[in-house]
Design a protein around this ligand. Structure first.
Ligand SMILES: CC(C)(COP(=O)(O)OP(=O)(O)OC[C@H]1O[C@@H](n2cnc3c(N)ncnc32)[C@H](O)[C@@H]1OP(=O)(O)O)[C@@H](O)C(=O)NCCC(=O)NCCS
Length: 151
């Protein structure tokens, strides 16, 4: 597995990895559009099959993780951790001091991943996610100080 910077050419591979990880996937056009927007960058974990994607946006000294996805067959091998390390490193190089993200309060795997990376709980957005018939779910807002020497 190697990490490659996300470009519009990787949109099909990114959409494929995303579709295997989420019930409501983003399509190729969504990835292409995001990559064309100001401050957006990302990485693809590329192998025989695309095994993960992260997208991030930096604006005015802040970075936001837009999405992170690893297909079920590729999980627990450190791919998300590597994708996040690459994204946070680039955000830091681009001058971001803080990184933010939103995560479903019930997404124990992702919350554990983010806490392991040093993210702290910074707030709650009530009824943020639409789960269709299952109703709405709250989002945790998490943040990481990118200027901390421990990162
Ligand atoms: C969350 C997700 C990105 C993790 O990807 P991954 O490549 O399996 O994660 P990693 O292997 O890098 O795991 C790093 C650490 O995160 C934590 N973690 C990851 N999956 C976990 C799980 N199922 N249960 C508990 N902790 C978990 C562990 O601390 C793990 O370290 P360890 O394996 O040494 O114990 C992946 O499960 C996924 O794509 N889920 C669906 C989409 C999603 O939830 N995206 C994030 C939305 S905000």
């Amino acid at each position: 597995m190697k990490l490659v910077p996300a470009t519009p050419e990787e949109a099909p591979a990114m959409a494929s990895a995303h579709a295997q990880a989420f019930d409501r996937p983003w399509d190729e056009a969504a990835f292409r559009d995001l990559l064309a927007s100001t401050g957006v960058f990302g990485f693809l974990a590329d192998g025989e099959d695309p095994s993960g994607v992260v997208l991030c946006r930096t604006i005015a000294g802040e970075a936001e993780i837009l999405t992170l996805a690893v297909p079920p067959w590729a999980r627990r091998r450190g791919i998300a951790k590597a994708l996040m390390a690459a994204a946070l490193g680039t955000a830091r190089e681009l001058g971001a001091n803080w990184a933010y993200l939103e995560v479903d309060v019930d997404n124990a795997a992702a919350v554990a991943l983010y806490e392991g990376l040093g993210f702290a709980r910074a707030g709650l957005r009530r009824a943020y996610y639409d789960r269709g018939a299952a109703g709405r779910a709250d989002a945790l807002v998490m943040r990481l100080d990118l200027t901390s020497p421990h990162q």
